[in-house]
Design a protein around this ligand. Sequence first.
Ligand code: NAP
Length: 247
Amino acid sequence: MSRRPVTVVTGGSRGIGAATCVRLAADGHDLVLGYLHDDDAAKATADRVRAAGARCVTVRGDTSEECGVDRLFDIAGAEFGAVTGLVNNAGVTGTPGRLADIRTEDLRRVLDVNLLGYLLCCRRAARDMAESGGGAIVNVSSAAATLGSPGRYVHYAATKAATDTLTLGLSKELGPDGIRVNAVAPGIIDTDMHAAMGDPDRPALAAAEIPLGRAGQPAEVAAAIAWLLSADAAYTTGTILRVAGGR
Ligand code: NAP
């Protein structure tokens, strides 16, 4: 019998990350679910993963810190053996506003989590997967990378454009090691992220700007991530798959 895939999902407790964990569990992965604050949400998602027949370990820690990332992968290896997949998903927008009004500490936090955190996770996955014979990485980018998010989050959009470039470069660097690197670029998805930033009506109000006429659901992004991690995507690397309702 072939070994079950072992996938690390950062920010796996809520939103797109939680939907991804549940979808991957149904697809036969064992899950390492990373999160930062919300123990109850992590436990609830882990329960859903286990109910789908997968093994799951939850790891609390900050992906913008090297020690947090190392702990996540060390626990993954100790619990389940070699990591075969990474979903680099933990991200923050910071408070919306024009760049002129954003505080330096908020800029720094968005860069630290969305860019340094993604780089640290990719670096550790590259090291571990090269040693164990290959794997697949999916970076969660955003349609904001090409739309720019003026008036709200240009700093956030800039980190997502960097994610796309990271995906492209790393796919070329790691292809010879048998490691595929892709991204998904969601549009507006109905998660807690909008309410947390004081913008709870954003998914509903944005519907008019979206060709398919509605915000997306986390499970619709999870399906794209699951495909990119699957054997069906064995010849797909360096791709940024837009899941944005035509936006
Ligand atoms: P969300 O509902 O706010 O969930 C964020 C998740 O990330 C939570 O599990 C949170 O854990 C975790 N997290 C945040 N900062 C972390 C850190 N420093 N270290 C470890 N975990 C951390 O977010 P979402 O809407 O699902 O977004 C997920 C990803 O999709 C992000 O990269 C986001 O940029 C991208 N995206 C979202 C949308 C959208 O419309 N929602 C659109 C395009 C792209 P705690 O709850 O424990 O803090």
